[in-house]
Design a binder for this molecule. Structure first.
Ligand SMILES: Nc1ncnc2c1ncn2[C@@H]1O[C@H](COP(=O)(O)OP(=O)(O)O)[C@@H](O)[C@H]1O
Ligand SMILES: [Mg+2]
Length: 420
């Protein structure tokens, strides 16, 4: 081996390559020029490659660039050596450089072929752009789905809240109605006995005064139970066919007196209003309660409006629809309005924001119970200032073809049994 290498560098018997070219300048200098140009180019390429790879960390298979750089550097060196051997017959070193170049060429060539399938599987810029667009599309779809889900959740929470609220009103109504009913029966017994005592002790002023005092207390108790029965939808009602316009008209003076001079009362009535079938006294009571509440909400005065109109399948709160024909009675004020919290409790019995002695909390609960017991619907609208209470009452069946005013059916509060 050593001998082989020694012989490789044995140059005494060799002549420089220039001799083969007979030292013809045109041949010599053309070779020198071409080899020099190739060598310089081959040396500059690895520098560019090295610069590129070291500045692009995202490049995959970076090592192949380095292998290519070494290979081309070796090629450049062989060209420079071709110039050298024109004058110096150092063919041994030249052969060694060629061997190194060959090894590097083979390694690079094999690596390139091995790498080819992997390189082909890298998505093209076009494919990447398409993927990117698909991704953007998917993100948009997912965002839309998320928004829909959120909207659905909000809607569901709202419905659940409504259900809870109506279940609560139902439960409180049943409890109140049950207690009030039993209590009313007990009061009837108490009053019955008190009346008997009253008759017996009419001539004894001391006992009679005590009986009267007990009677007063019992009457107040009876009035209270009536209100609770109203909320519990268990008050005895006497429904009659009536025209709410006439009822409102007949109450206008009473209402004006109740609300005082600082509140102006507007009455807007639909002349073709459908008749309703409700308890006359309780409807009057309800409207009066609403007017008094409006007055309390406008301590410095304001406007109270009472309105009547017909509605077919009206849209009510929370986007629901009431199926059928309804007479809508509205009482609005431009007073303080209700907070969301007050609004959510306003129909409950004994709920009041007024101080002791000023409010009992039984006004709106009466309105609620009466309207529900009459198969109607009542709701509160109050956002910011002002409050509007809407009472929907079902249109009375078998309406006469005549105009309400000309129809004897519509005499104020004709009991149903007597209506023509
Ligand atoms: N028109 C209204 N404007 C503002 N708040 C009102 C109105 N009507 C009722 N409210 C609120 O609802 C509560 C309950 O009313 P209600 O049942 O009539 O009881 P009360 O009038 O005895 O307080 C009131 O205390 C008040 O806070
Ligand atoms: Mg009230």
């Amino acid at each position: 081996m050593l001998q082989y290498l020694q012989q490789l560098w044995e140059t005494n018997s060799l002549s420089p390559h220039g001799i083969c070219l007979l030292w013809r300048p045109e041949l010599i200098w053309t070779h020198v020029g071409a080899d020099a140009a190739i060598g310089i180019a081959y040396y500059s390429i690895p520098i560019a490659l090295a610069y590129f790879v070291s500045h692009r960390s995202d490049i995959q298979f970076g090592w192949i660039f380095w292998a290519f750089a070494l290979f081309i550097l070796a090629c450049g060196t062989t060209h420079f050596f071709s110039i050298y051997t024109l004058w110096v017959p150092d063919y041994g070193t030249e052969a060694l450089i060629k061997v190194i170049t060959a090894a590097l060429s083979i390694i690079t060539a094999v690596a390139v072929w091995v790498l080819l399938p992997k390189a082909l599987s890298i998505p093209s810029t076009d494919a990447l752009r398409r993927l990117n667009e698909e991704l953007i599309q998917q993100i948009a779809e997912r965002n839309a789905a998320l928004a829909a889900l959120q909207a659905e959740k909000t809607e569901r929470l709202k419905t659940e809240e409504m259900l809870r609220q109506s279940q609560k009103m139902e439960a409180v109504g049943q409890l109140t109605g049950g207690i009030a009913h039993d209590f009313n029966n007990l009061l009837t017994i108490v009053v019955g006995h008190l009346e008997r005592l009253e008759r017996q002790f009419r001539d004894d002023p001391t006992v009679y005064r005590s009986i009267k005092g007990a009677m007063d207390g019992a009457s107040k108790g009876a009035a209270l139970t009536q209100k609770l029965l109203a909320f519990g939808r268990r008050q005895p009602l006497t429904p009659m066919r009536l025209n709410a316009n006439l009822l409102i008209d007949s109450m206008a003076d009473l209402i004006r007196r109740a609300v005082g001079e600082r509140v102006t009362v507007d009455v807007k009535l639909d002349p073709s209003l459908w008749p309703v079938e409700v308890d006359h006294n309780q409807l009057e009571n309800a409207l009066l309660n609403l007017a008094v509440n409006a007055r309390d909400a406008m301590p410095d005065g304001g406007h109270l409006t009472m309105q009547s109109q017909n509605c077919t399948n009206p849209k009510i709160e929370d986007g629901q629809t009431l199926k059928g024909l309804f007479t809508l009675l509205t009482v609005s004020d431009d007073g303080a309005g209700m907070s969301a919290e007050t609004k959510s409790h306003a129909f409950e019995p004994f709920f009041t924001t007024k101080s002791v002695g000023e409010g009992t909390g039984l006004g709106l609960s009466q309105v609620y119970g009466f309207v529900k017991q009459s198969n109607g619907h009542v709701e509160i609208h109050s956002e910011g200032r002002g409050t509007t209470i809407r009472i929907y009452l079902p249109r009375a069946q078998g309406q006469s073809q005549h105009s309400p005013a000309a129809n004897p059916d519509f005499a104020l509060g004709t009991p149903l049994g007597q209506a023509g």
